[in-house]
Design a protein. Structure first.
Length: 144
């Protein structure tokens, strides 16, 4: 039997259960994430420990990125009696509005050690370009 030594953690768990923070398909919980720029790509990392790749869904519609995942309970034999259950189960979701400067056609996704990592390249049209000035014509020409 496990001994509980932190009464505040138990209170937090009870409050979460009573407030319905376990995600459902109609009201999913938010998953934690980090987002940063690395070279010519934006990287978004989502924490999804204990979620199988089959339970992760990634969609892009226009510039809206949606990531949904479901953490299901582990199947247990009838003889198993749960003593403590603190890991959240249910549906998790996150929607992010992507800038027009990102190339949503070339998103790459990797899942390793419970972290889903998306790499979204910066679109060519958004990268800096030199503008050359024509001699005597007064017009500027953009070179890509």
């Amino acid at each position: 039997m496990l001994m509980r030594t932190d009464p505040f953690r138990e209170m937090d768990r009870i409050v979460q259960q009573l407030s319905g923070t376990s995600g459902t398909w109609s009201k999913p919980s938010v998953m934690p994430m980090d987002a940063y720029r690395e070279g010519d790509a934006y990287v978004i990392a989502f924490d999804l420990p204990g979620v199988s790749t089959e339970a992760i869904d990634i969609d892009v519609e226009r510039n809206m990125l949606t990531v949904k995942a479901e953490r299901r309970p582990v199947a247990k034999a009838d003889s198993v009696k749960m003593e403590l259950s603190e890991r959240p189960l249910g549906v998790f979701s996150r929607q992010i509005m992507l800038a027009d400067t990102l190339d949503t056609e070339r998103i790459e996704a990797d899942y390793d050690a419970g972290v889903l990592t998306l790499r979204i390249p910066i679109a060519e049209r958004a990268k800096p370009r030199k503008v050359s000035i024509g001699a005597g014509s007064g017009r500027k020409q953009i070179s890509g």
